[in-house]
Design a protein around this ligand. Structure first.
Ligand code: FAD
Length: 395
């Protein structure tokens, strides 16, 4: 038996659910399929369980891709205020944490519920535990075979399968493969918003610091982020590193300042001039950076004694170690822990006002599967909402 619907959305994630609810509200019959057991699993685990659902400062300047300006149309049509309005109407309490990042006060599950409620109110059918086995063009629409063998005909097909990150949660490359099946160009994909790793020799130096966090400025090429940074057993993590990972490429060094704006050498010289320089070097440095970091750096520079016992050259080396640390990561932790995937369906293949493929007008791509990737801080969900909304008006 063949089912016939107006719209099939593949992927009940952030973009797919918002899109489906919009299309349903316009009176379209909508079927959403997802091979996962529950909808919106990435929303549920996002933002440490509180979902950083948008960023008040979202612009194309916070987006990466071949052409980040492509995102301007959707971001301008379904704005941050539009999404916050929905959150408010759903009675979900939220707060701004930092840097324009909006989080739920209670739980990310509230956002998932808001979206599933919107789909239900719009008469959308959600079929979980179901993938798509085959897609064929049929007239201006599509003939689908679902993984359970069901045949479905639809006028519009929306691909909202997200990126490749966290395969354990059901991420697949299906959306990219489908794009290629219809001769749409897909840009190179790579893990982003991901911890960076060090080779064994470097790890020997930094492993004693695992767990130490500092406010840092991290620079790769011309790009610079000032946020928290964390030493791990494998290298570096924390918001500043996740941000820079989207820009860093293999073989490049990053520069780290672990006491941004602090004149470390001057501070150490001043401490040396006090009380005859009796203070231990690591104690003086420990007033500038975390104690464990101060201990490791002073030991490395052989400055284990009192300030009076070390020359200014050594103090200058400590200054450089704190505020001019240049280090070459070997790689990243990969899709296993990456929050997002850079790259995807090339934006020049899509119509920015509908998200439809230019060469296949009833085939839509929304959310992370598209070559638009946001910074850390709520930008990726805003892209999912905005791109989902515009497709929901057109599909
Ligand atoms: P997804 O939400 O990933 O949804 C894709 C859906 O498609 C999934 O339900 C999946 O099961 C389904 N699917 C995949 N392949 C198939 C297939 N072949 N057949 C059927 N179904 C399929 N972004 C923020 O803005 N703020 C945050 O706080 C934040 N925190 C994050 C924390 C973590 C740990 C991770 C991993 C990501 C986080 N992100 C955050 C990024 C954000 O989750 C994604 O950018 C966003 O979910 C993308 O939305 P999407 O709808 O495109 O894809």
């Amino acid at each position: 038996k063949t089912e016939t619907v107006d719209v099939v959305v593949v992927g009940a994630g952030a973009a797919g659910m918002l899109c489906a609810a919009e299309a349903g509200r316009r009176g379209r019959s909508v079927l959403v399929v997802d091979h996962a057991r529950a909808p919106g699993e990435k929303i549920r685990i996002s933002g440490g369980g509180r979902c950083n659902f948008t960023n008040t400062g979202t612009t194309v300047a916070n987006m990466l891709g071949e052409n980040p300006r492509f995102a301007a149309s959707a971001l301008g049509r379904f704005t941050v205020a539009d999404f916050v309005g929905r959150v408010d109407r759903a009675g979900i309490a939220w707060h701004e944490k930092t840097l324009g990042q909006l989080f739920c006060d209670d739980s990310a599950k509230q956002i998932v519920r808001m979206l599933t409620d919107a789909m239900r109110a719009a008469g959308v059918t959600l079929r979980l535990g179901t993938g798509v086995a085959a897609v064929a063009r049929e007239g201006d629409g599509f003939a689908l075979t679902l993984s359970d063998g069901t045949a479905v005909r639809c006028a519009s097909l929306v691909v909202a399968t997200g990126g490749k990150s966290i395969p354990k949660m059901g991420a697949t490359g299906w959306g990219y493969d489908l794009a290629r099946q219809f001769d749409l160009r897909v840009t190179e994909t790579r893990p982003a918003l991901v911890p960076l790793t060090f080779e064994a020799g470097l790890l020997e130096q930094t492993t004693p610091l695992a767990g130490v966090a500092v406010d840092a400025v991290v620079t790769a090429g011309k790009t610079r982020f000032e946020e928290a940074m964390l030493f791990t057993h494998r290298g570096l993590s924390g918001p500043a590193i996740l941000q820079i990972s989207s820009y860093w490429r293999e073989g490049e060094a990053i520069t780290v300042s672990m006491a941004p704006g602090v004149r470390v050498l001057e501070r150490l010289k001043a401490a040396k001039a006090e009380n005859g320089g009796k203070q231990a070097v690591h104690t003086a440095l420990g007033h500038i950076v975390p104690r464990r970091l101060a201990e490791v750096l002073t030991a490395r520079e052989g400055a284990n004694g009192k300030l009076a016992e070390v020359g200014d050259k050594v103090l200058a080396r400590l200054d450089a170690a704190v505020n001019g640390w240049t280090v070459k990561p070997v790689g990243s932790e990969g899709y296993r822990t990456a929050e997002v995937t850079l790259g995807g369906v090339a934006t020049d293949q899509l119509d920015q006002s509908t998200m439809a493929a230019k060469s296949v007008p009833s085939l839509y791509f929304i959310g992370e599967v598209v070559d638009i990737t946001g910074w850390l801080g709520g930008y990726n969900f805003q892209w999912a909402w905005s791109s989902g909304w515009v497709a929901g008006q057109a599909a």
